[in-house]
Ligand binder design. Structure first.
Ligand code: ZN
Length: 181
């Protein structure tokens, strides 16, 4: 078990479509080691979500964990640690909302991205059980951001204009108090 290196924009793995994880392998030693490494890496880097391709593993697996209290996104609802294997997103509404997103694979930057704001995610959980959950608002954005990684897509691909990309320091000074949603 170990903290893995998060690969950054420019690494070709981040642009590949990840492959389905073999469901029969869920619960295996290799699976549990991968999940532990993802969680330890997420904690070490201080993020709220991580997809396997970000540690150079080409499987359709992501984790999300939002702890109580402040994050770099401000005060948001907490979500217990969960594993999403072979997830699929369904849009439940055409309504979109925008947030200033950040990505551990694009460090030091923020970008304003608009996405559908009510979705359902169908996935296999960390114990091999088919599961489904709905997400709205910021959490819907978190899911879409993480699952985009499984298709080789980065949030910067979804920014409507380059002026909506900012370094973190300049974002804090000039944009962090803008209305979101
Ligand atoms: Zn990301």
């Amino acid at each position: 078990m170990s903290v893995r290196k998060i690969i950054r924009m420019g690494h070709p793995r981040l642009r590949e479509r990840a492959v389905d994880y073999p469901v029969t392998q869920i619960g295996s030693g290799a699976f549990l080691e991968l999940i532990t490494d993802l969680q330890e890496t997420l904690h070490a880097y201080g993020g709220i979500g991580l997809a396997a391709p970000q540690i150079d593993v080409g499987f359709r697996i992501a984790i999300i964990e939002i702890e109580d209290g402040m994050t770099r996104y401000g005060e948001i609802e907490s979500i217990p640690f969960a594993v999403y294997v072979n997830p699929q997103i369904t849009r439940l509404s055409a309504d979109a909302a925008g947030y200033w997103e950040a990505c551990l694979s694009v460090p030091g930057m923020r970008g304003y991205v608009e996405r559908p704001q009510h979705i359902r995610v169908d996935f296999i959980d960390g114990k091999g059980k088919p599961t489904s959950r709905e997400a709205r608002g910021f959490l819907a954005t978190v899911f879409q951001h993480e699952l985009d990684h499984l298709d080789g897509t980065l949030y910067i691909d979804r920014i409507k204009h380059p002026s909506l990309l900012s370094f973190e320091e300049e974002w804090l000074e000039h944009h962090s108090d803008e209305e979101m949603g």
